[in-house]
Structures are given as C-alpha cells and as structure tokens.
Design a protein around this ligand. Sequence first.
Ligand code: NAD
Length: 380
Amino acid sequence: MRIAIPRETHPGENRVPVTPEVAKKLVRLGAEVEFEAGMGAGSGFADQEYIDAGATVSNDREALFRNADLLLRLRKPQRDEVSLMKRGAIHISYLDPFNEHDLVRALQEQGVTAISMEMIPRTTRSQKMDALSSQANLAGYVTVLLAATHLPRILPMMMTPAGTLKPAKVFIIGAGVAGLQAIATAKRLGAKVTAFDTRPVVAEQVRSLGGTFLEIDLGETGETEGGYAKELTPEQIEKQRQAQKEVIANSDVVITTAQVFGRKPPVLVTRDMVEGMQPGSVIVDMAAETGGNVEGSVPNETVDVNGVTIIGQGNLPNQVCRDASQMYASNVFNLVDDVWDKEANSFKIDFDHDILPGCVITHDGQVTNETIKNILEGGN
Ligand code: NAD
C-alpha cells in the first residue's frame, strides 16, 4: 500500500501529520511511504530524518495525490486536490464535515474514502486515536500562557520584602479536555482558579485539580452518550450569564472553552460583563474562530475593550507545534495500526469495526456516516 504525506499548505500551519518516528512505524507495518519535500519543516523535522526512517521524498505534489492509496494529512483537502485522487483512495485528516458539505459531496463523487479525525468516537478504546482530545489538551495549556503574557500582573502569590502580591484570579468556563488542562496549568503557575461547566460530573474533576467549582442551578443539563454537553435553552444560558457575572467582574483572567459538539458555541460573556472587568484584565476566547463564547472577540486578533484585552487567537496547538505534531501523528498511526490488515498489507475499510463506521464519512461513492448524511439531506 502506498502512503502519501503531502505538505500542509494552510497559512501559518506548522503542525505536521507524520513525524519521522511515525514514518518508521508505517514502514515497519509494510507500507511504502512517500512524502513531499519539506513536509516536516514547520515542526523542525528534516527530510533526511524521514528518509532515514525508510520513507521516500518526492518533489511532485500532484503525483503524490494521483498515486496514493492512503493519504495522511492534518487539514482538510482542497477541492482541486480531491479531483486528483484515485477512486478507492483513503484520505485521513480533519474534515469539519458538519460545515464542509460541498467538500463531503466532492469526496463522495470522487469515490474517495474520507476519514474525519474529529469523528473518532470518544470511547475508552479509541482514546489513543482521539486527535480532538490530544490537540485540545495542548490548546488548554496555551490559553493560560497567552493570558499570562498579556496580563500586567503575575499569576502566583509572592511574599517579598517589597510587599505581598496576591495570586491572580482565573475563571475558566467549560471544563472539558481543554478547560481541565487550563485549570491544571493555571494552578501550576500559582493562580486561584474557579471553573464552571454544565456537565455536573465535571465538578469533582475541577476540585481534584485544586480549582473551585462554581455551583449554578440550571435545572436539567446533563451530557450525551458520547460525554458531550447538551445544548442549553435560551433561559438556561441567561441564568448562567447572570450567575457568572460577579465572578467575571472579580477575575483577572477569564478563559472560555465552552463548546457544544456540532453546534455554534454559546455566547456566555456579554459586552456588559467585559465592561464590568477591571482594566488590564485578560479574556482568552478559545471558541473565537467558530463563533465565540465572548461578545467582542475577533478571530485571530487581540482586541482592547475598555482596557480589557480579549484574545481570539485560533489554532492554539500550533503554538506548541512540535508536541502537537507528535501527538497528532501518534493518533493517526494508532488508527492505521488498528485497522491494518497484515495479510493484505493494507488499510482495511471494515464496517463491522467498532471505530471506523463513526469516522468514515464517504466510501465507495456514498456518504456512509449517518449523522452527516442526515445533515446533507436537509435533516438536523
Ligand atoms: P467540547 O470541546 O465539546 O466542550 C468543551 C466543554 O464545554 C465541555 O466540557 C462542555 O461540557 C462545556 N460546555 C458546553 N456548554 C457550556 C456552557 N454553556 N457553559 C460551560 N461549559 C459548557 O468537549 P471536549 O472537551 O472535547 O470533551 C468533553 C467531554 O467528553 C470530556 O470531558 C469527556 O467527558 C468526554 N470525552 C471522553 C473521551 C473518551 O472517553 N475517550 C475522550 C474525550 C472526551
């Protein structure tokens, strides 16, 4: 089986889908691995490291697409790339299938088997393939570092002959994978941390990291079978906003990581709440790129609202691209390894497999994923 790894072309993207270590493992599986020259450069991996791992370098990007049986990528493919792929080729990457309807249709029509890394089921067995978690974990860490470098104060308490500095107060909204890592990071830096999440099971996890859980009675909230938050009603959101208002006004840093899978993130920090914060305070809106948890945040920009800094930078794992690449590459390898047919020496698409049907979006000219099919056909 010919595995191709083209260079990532998205502006500013430094993460890479395969590290030399993972290339070596793919070669050991029995695959022929070919990569585009310069593919690893963003994360500091030289072509020679991949060649030493047993892969072959190519300068012909188009030929890589045309000849590949399996393409390993980070970002979704471009439309012109889809038309290069052969029927039956397998393409693994982030795909954003909830929003990229035309792209999904193009992959279907081209007869490509498209696997979406966002759609790997969140089960215990598939944790090692879960790129959403591995990247969110790093993003959570980065949010705190960004806040710390923009805050005109330090995070820990400091007792010195020149006086005592109080610890900074950090409020984290959304304590999923990213939020929990943000709590842990802020605690390590000595901040006083409070957090809130609509899933009640999270309270204990927040406390075990040394944070205070803000109790808000929103009535029925709960989580889906996959462990995701359920969407709140407008009344519940308003209740949450009011209950958070005072904590936000008293915080030096607010970090928002609230997401509802497959939906637009809720606006949880309104303009008046931003204006209620002390000048010099910092807000990091991790959801800025997908709609925002904070009124006034701008995707990929840092703005000043009445002296409050709002950071809307996207692609946070890219800030720690070396580790992010290593984790993403491991996630992809663990998926390939799990479904690799040793006798046929190939990636086997098997709809009886426990993980594949959830993350295969198109196969053999069909949209096979039920959720996405439903959306494309005008359902929910
Ligand atoms: P996510 O990115 O979809 O959401 C981030 C957080 O925002 C979630 O904790 C969610 O509850 C929270 N949220 C949503 N609306 C909110 C609101 N109005 N106010 C405050 N918070 C709000 O979620 P995620 O971080 O990718 O994962 C969430 C959970 O999924 C995990 O904590 C875990 O329970 C489960 N999970 C399980 C596995 C596994 O078993 N393999 C892997 C990953 C995640």
